[in-house]
Write a protein that binds this ligand. Structure first.
Ligand code: FAD
Length: 504
């Protein structure tokens, strides 16, 4: 460990993992005066947000939809910098198109009048519902970010106690997301589109709390963006800022164990066998993986395993990265293909633990917004199909042949007039649930971490510090506030605040 002349109140900190959460924590902790070293097992930062460059095509590995740009602006501002000096954000508008097998289509946009017209085409009169939805979701959104999302609260009473009765009613946590959307829209397709993100939150919109209507609202109100160079442009910007601030990022340095003695962190054991003395460690490795595999304390690991088995997790995914050497007509940047049996797809995924019969999937053609992501005239296509967790009772997602998913995706694309065949795929990379687990250390291949059911939010979510091990903290998708790029960036700030509050 490098020596430090920093005051004892700002002891040096090791962060395991240079995902977006790890980088955010590194920046916030460094700004607060800590000396920070980040250990990353791969040869570059990014984690789930890393990238694949192949045959002239560039693909973002995981996240492709960037919303809430103010979160990233706030991160850079915390270090006295401007996001725009590091990352160029390109607007993506129209944002996301939804397609159903019968030919219905809904295109979302941040242009309010156009959005109203698009909704009215599905439900005459929906414009009035949209105006009411915007007012209600705006109030929910403000309330959530001002009072709930970014607060480190261990106690539900303290967490909710700051809300007035009126604000409490506003949260709609006792109503399902689908039911909440039904207050504003009658048309099932509009409700299905606005509720579809439930897939990535780890629950069906028929079960998730109504407060998540803020997701659709946040995207419509603040727009959808693509960093120039792909989402990885954001990773590079954050890594550059961290390095400028003096954070040491040590890539190709997998960690084998967090050493613990007498209930406190004592050091780190690297995969090459070396050990280093550390008293404060922040793990950006998926929290269940950290607790069940990295912590060098058998009793802690066993207790963690019992707990993890009871936690609801988000699904796994099959992802495909296709380089196509020609323009592909009929598909925009973001498209979500939903099945007729919407409810059945969620039931299959989350309750029956099997690949849904009418496979929902998502495609991203980032080169439509940033042509630099493909060779001239080429198209980079990303496909994501949700899958049950590895070792699900009926799932065996790892046993599904990716070729059969590719075929189903291509058939559905053709059904909607997108002229694409297997022969067009010049270069292909596929990540199965097993690869997501092994490459990124994701517990049972869960792509987005702990689910966002009501009792896995705020003070009920796994906390960002270890109960029973002094000096061990967590950052990233598995801890508050939750999954997704803006949330894990906020999680870095919350972990830094947690460490400061424990030092007081
Ligand atoms: C397929 C997919 C699509 C997604 N789409 C979106 C989207 O469109 N929009 C959005 O906002 N979010 C999306 N997300 C979610 C978002 O990507 C994640 O919430 C976020 O990137 C997680 O960041 P993190 O810092 O928590 O973890 P990670 O990115 O998992 O970072 C953990 C880091 O730890 C490193 N590590 C692991 N084990 C070790 C070890 N033993 N030693 C050292 N280092 C180690 C890993 O290599 C990695 O760099 C998507 C996720 C996936 C998987």
């Amino acid at each position: 460990m490098s020596s430090s002349n920093l005051p004892a109140s700002h002891p040096p900190i090791a962060i395991i993992g240079a995902g977006l959460g790890g980088l955010s924590a590194a920046i916030h902790l460094r700004v607060r005066g800590h000396e920070v070293t980040v250990f990353e097992k791969e040869d570059a930062p990014g984690g789930r947000a890393s990238r694949i460059v192949r045959d002239g095509f560039t693909f973002d590995v995981g996240p492709s939809l960037l919303n809430y740009p103010w979160v990233f602006e706030a991160l850079f501002a915390a270090a006295g910098k401007r996001l725009s000096d590091y990352v160029e954000l390109l607007p993506v508008d129209p944002s996301v198109a939804y397609q159903w097998p019968g030919g219905e289509r809904l295109e979302l946009t941040s242009q309010y009048d156009q959005l109203r017209a698009n909704l009215e085409a599905l439900e005459p009169g929906a414009g009035l519902g949209l105006a009411r939805f915007f007012r209600d979701a705006h109030a929910k959104y403000t309330l959530s970010f001002d009072k709930l999302v970014t607060r480190n609260a261990d106690n539900p009473l303290a967490w909710l106690g700051g809300l007035s009765f009126r604000e409490m009613l506003r949260t709609s946590v006792w109503r399902s997301l689908y039911g909440e959307l039904g207050r504003f829209f009658r048309n099932p397709r509009i409700r299905e589109a606005f509720g579809a993100y439930g897939m990535y939150l780890g629950g069906s919109p028929f079960d998730l709390p109504g407060i998540f209507s803020i997701l659709a609202y946040g995207e419509l109100a603040y727009g959808l963006w693509l960093p120039k160079g792909g989402v990885y442009g954001l990773v590079e910007g954050m890594a550059n800022l961290a390095k400028e601030l003096g954070v040491h990022i040590r890539c190709n340095t997998p960690m084998q164990a967090i050493q613990v003695k007498d209930g406190a962190v004592r050091g780190l054991k690297l995969a090459n066998g070396e050990t280093e003395d550390w008293r404060l460690v922040v793990s950006n490795v998926d929290a269940p993986t950290t607790n069940t595999q990295l912590v060098d304390d058998k009793a802690f690991r066993e207790a963690a395993q019992r707990k993890v088995d009871r936690i609801a997790m988000t699904p796994s995914v099959y992802t495909f990265y296709w380089g196509i050497q020609r323009p592909v007509e009929g598909i925009g940047h973001h498209t979500i293909f939903l099945p007729d049996d919407y409810r059945g797809a969620f039931t299959d995924l989350f309750k029956n633990g099997r690949l849904p019969a009418g496979l929902p999937f998502y495609t991203s053609v980032a080169s439509a917004t940033d042509p630099g992501l493909a060779p001239p005239n080429g198209t980079s296509v990303f496909v994501l199909a949700p899958a049950p967790l590895l070792n699900s009772e009926n799932g065996h997602a790892d046993a599904v042949d990716p070729g059969s998913i590719r075929e189903r995706v291509l058939t559905r694309l053709n059904h909607h007039g997108v002229d694409l065949s297997e022969a067009d795929i010049h270069t292909e990379t596929v990540y199965t649930p097993t690869e997501w687990r092994d490459r990124f250390g994701l517990y049972r291949g869960s792509a987005f971490g702990e689910a966002h059911t009501l009792f896995q939010m705020g003070p009920w979510r796994s906390p960002n510090y270890a109960r029973g091990i002094e000096g061990l903290y967590y950052v990233g998708a598995g801890v508050p506030p939750g999954t997704g790029m803006p949330m894990v960036v906020l999680s870095g700030q919350m972990t830094a605040e947690r460490i400061a509050s424990h030092a007081r």
